[in-house]
Design a protein around this ligand. Sequence first.
Ligand code: UDP
Length: 364
Amino acid sequence: MPPGMQAASLNFITNGSPMVSSGQRRKILVTGGAGYIGSHVVKALIEQGEDVVVFDNLSTGFAWSVADAELVVGDLADRGALNDLFGRHQFEAVLHFAANIWVGESVRKPAKYYRNNVANALNLFELASDHDVAHLIFSSTAAVYGQPDVSLLNETLPSAPINPYGASKTMAERLLTDIAATSSMTFAILRYFNVAGADPESRIGEATPFNNHLVKIALETALGLRESMAINGTDYPTEDGTCIRDYIHVEDLAAAHVAALQHLRQGHPSTVCNCGYGHGHSVREVIDVAKEITGVDFEVREGPRRPGDPAELVADNTKIRSLFSWQPRYDDLRMIVDTAWRWERVLFDRRTSRDDAFDLRQSA
Ligand code: UDP
């Protein structure tokens, strides 16, 4: 355990009614479970009494973020290691998060995205199917929709990605669909909108260096880690001229994964679901809330549009609500920013107290 990390902070409390009793535990493999979203899902699964094994190469994840799960450090490109892992455990389900996620980087380094998000996913999907995994849950993205004409997106829209990141996820969705069709494995593809927020008890949160997401950037600016921030375009056809996105709290997203697993376990067929709240906030709104929550009037510049940014992306979440009986608990921008802010200060304190485990360079 890294110095400065309190043992208590790693013991997630089990509350609610567990999905499985200890007598009938079935193992779940979570790839990328040491990352931002993956670690919140691992926490949620453990709270439900699940037995979780995390497989992560720690390229952008952190060992400290994996709670009571067994961590196996490895890479999905290593088919042998993956095969051994499937041989050692009888996984009932696989949740696949391990991937690269930056649109801009994907344009500069497409091969990296196709290798990691497609070729490595192929290794995983094939082995999962070969080893009789019953269910697979795949982290996908609203980026598969590209730049649709409509602002409220539902799952029947065609995939039309406009960058290699979105294309890599579209390809992986197809691989999964085709491979699952050859076995009894059922799957849920979850397409995330804008994920933000952190564990309300600030034990885990987004810690990846050089993260470009709006909430993170605003809070780093409030902390003084950035001199100022820019609004990427103020001439969009929206009420205040800035882009609108559907921000979903990572805890609600984690709950959606638990619900998806339950749904598949009940014997329902494979499905694709959007994960969002069904309403959006503009960039200016997010910045205003960040200023209000932090109490810091940080400097904001009005910059040019960022290439490839659609004016508005909001999830039609009718399907996930009806199919999984998923009820968001954190559908409130202030709550999202508040939990993210509390986490950001914990992270700041740990980094400034020279805790090596939180050193930015570790995963640079
Ligand atoms: N954005 C911004 N300034 C920043 C970072 C992001 O104006 O410093 C805008 C971005 O152009 C987009 C919205 O905030 O319109 C959300 O961007 P983010 O990168 O968080 O998520 P994305 O929607 O690209 O997945």
